[in-house]
Design a protein around this ligand. Structure first.
Ligand code: DX5
Ligand code: ZN
Length: 213
């Protein structure tokens, strides 16, 4: 089953409730981008926004941590309402420990890599992941252009997941739209994040429907 995860980074923060209700009605997950200005050269939002969304969300919160030392904050993001928490493999010394920490907190644990890290860098950790995420742009900003090499990376990662006898979904994040969704799903992706494509559209629900194919 394909899941569509609108990135709230592209939502209208002056009318956040309207956009949260749109996701409740038409999408599957809330993708929440947390940036610290250190791991990525940008800042986004933190606990107050996550908690506000959690109050009326009827879909699970998928929190993407673009921060150094995620182990310091994962418990609070779970407490704030995150059902899924992902972090970048090179943001911490001991990814396995952080995956376990997330699972022990009662959330699903995910590992992420930017486009410049080989997919092989995820392989040793797959058995401790509930999902994995490939960035199809460099983490840090919404509205960037989709990197075409992502299709091959999804295929390679999917093959390794199968080879390891695992059954974990691949999420793809960055520049995803109705024009590349079908090809990503064909390559093996199951969770599609889309910020600009959804929220900058005239009719967000129509874009979500188109992405489902
Ligand atoms: C980038 C974020 C993405 C971003 C996606 O650092 O992780 O989730 O918000 O936005 P679009 O779909 O506009 O590329
Ligand atoms: Zn993201």
């Amino acid at each position: 089953m394909i899941q569509i995860a609108p990135s709230m980074l592209a939502a209208d923060f002056l009318h956040l409730e309207k956009d949260v209700r749109m996701v409740n009605e038409h999408a599957d997950l809330f993708h929440l981008d947390i940036m610290d200005g250190v791991f990525v050269p940008n800042l986004s939002y933190g606990f107050p926004i996550v908690e506000a969304i959690a109050k009326i969300a009827t879909r699970p919160l998928d929190t993407h941590l673009m921060i150094v030392e995620p182990e310091k904050y994962v418990d609070r993001f779970i407490k704030a309402g995150s059902a899924m928490v992902s972090f970048h493999v090179n943001a911490t010394k001991d990814p396995d420990a952080v995956l376990t920490q997330i699972r022990n907190g009662g959330a699903r644990a995910g590992l992420v890599i930017n486009p410049d890290l080989p997919v092989e860098s995820l392989f040793p950790y797959l058995k401790n992941c509930d999902f994995v995420m490939l960035m199809s742009v460099f983490a840090g900003f919404g509205g960037q252009k989709f990197i075409e090499e992502t299709y091959d990376r999804v295929r390679a990662l999917k093959a390794e997941i199968i080879a390891q006898g695992l059954d974990i979904p691949i999420e793809v994040d960055g520049g995803v739209s109705a024009s590349n969704a079908a090809a990503l799903v064909q390559a093996g992706a199951e969770i599609l994040v889309a910020g600009s494509a959804v929220f900058k559209a005239e009719d967000p629900s129509a874009v979500i429907a188109a992405m489902r194919g």
